[in-house]
Design a protein around this ligand. Structure first.
Ligand SMILES: Cc1cc2nc3c(=O)[nH]c(=O)nc-3n(C[C@H](O)[C@H](O)[C@H](O)COP(=O)(O)OP(=O)(O)OC[C@H]3O[C@@H](n4cnc5c(N)ncnc54)[C@H](O)[C@@H]3O)c2cc1C
Length: 247
């Protein structure tokens, strides 16, 4: 299903040596915030493609992906070298189940991301759905260094727009920072640091949790949450935790 589209890069953003965003205008069909596309390049006659979450809201253009360079990886270092006007391949099928419409009713939405997994949550938070469904939204982002904090403007706009209903909790694991927690997400959740910080309990009665990014974080957070009575959400077996693993 779907086809490869050859599209032109509209803009690249270099957040630091290893962190980039790529914007492109592509005639993609309507997608749901939280979904991803396959992006690829032809290398030595072979198309190398990987999935990337869309950062733009469904009603925004251009389309945008946010990625980090995996130095030994075949695609991401090449994507990082692209400039406006270069060609990239984008597959026309957008997909993914980490979306609001698949989320059961909840009062509090907890979003936990490592690194570039911030992207799909920004796409979601720019739409109305999370704010129509939840009284409070907590976005926790784990990064190694303060310089890895991208999309600060977007986060500040969300804070200004949603006031006390929105908390952004940065966790910076490898250096001290005046406002960030210096802890990994699973430990900060297990110790209650995150809940104390936002003044809200993460309980099965009113929470839905989305976990995106690194599989170690996802598995460890799931273990912490399972001890509190939360379980994976599946269509046929409603629960509290939605997951998307990047690697
Ligand atoms: C559903 C889905 C959505 C994704 N969305 C994004 C996204 O929005 N942004 C993004 O940066 N990546 C995302 N990824 C990962 C992405 O598809 C690529 O794997 C990544 O960009 C590396 O590509 P590569 O070809 O250079 O190396 P690969 O051959 O894909 O990977 C090389 C090695 O690096 C590991 N790896 C993969 N991704 C990362 C990473 N981000 N950080 C550290 N190690 C990694 C792999 O496990 C593997 O061991 C997503 C993955 C999936 C499954």
């Amino acid at each position: 299903m779907g086809e490869w589209l050859e599209v032109t890069v509209a803009e690249t953003i270099r957040w630091n040596d290893g962190l980039y965003s790529l914007r492109f205008h592509a005639p993609l069909p309507a997608f749901k915030a939280g979904q991803f596309v396959r992006v690829g390049l032809d290398v030595d006659g072979e198309r190398i493609a990987r999935p990337y979450s869309l950062v733009n809201a469904p009603d925004e253009t251009p389309h945008e992906i946010y990625f980090n360079v995996v130095p030994e990886g075949p695609l991401s270092p090449r994507l990082a070298k692209l400039e406006a006007g270069d060609t990239v391949f984008v597959h026309s099928s957008t997909t993914g189940t980490m979306t609001m419409e698949r989320t059961p009713d909840h009062r509090h939405l907890w979003l936990f991301a490592t690194g570039t997994a911030l992207g799909p949550f920004l796409s979601m938070l720019k739409t109305d759905a999370p704010w129509e469904r939840a009284e409070r939204v907590v976005l926790c982002l784990s990064i190694r260094h303060a310089a890895d904090l991208a999309y600060g403007e977007t986060i500040r706009r969300l804070e200004a727009r949603h006031g006390d209903r929105f908390d952004f909790v940065p966790l910076i694991t490898r250096e001290a920072h005046p406002v960030a927690l210096r802890e990994r997400i699973p430990a900060a959740l297990a110790s209650g640091q995150i809940e104390r910080r936002v003044g809200l309990r993460l309980d099965p009665e009113d929470a839905h949790v989305m976990l995106c990014g690194n599989s170690d974080m996802i598995e460890e957070v799931q273990q912490v949450l399972e001890q509190r009575g939360l379980r994976r959400h599946r269509r046929r077996e409603p629960g509290h935790i939605t997951v998307e693993k990047y690697h």
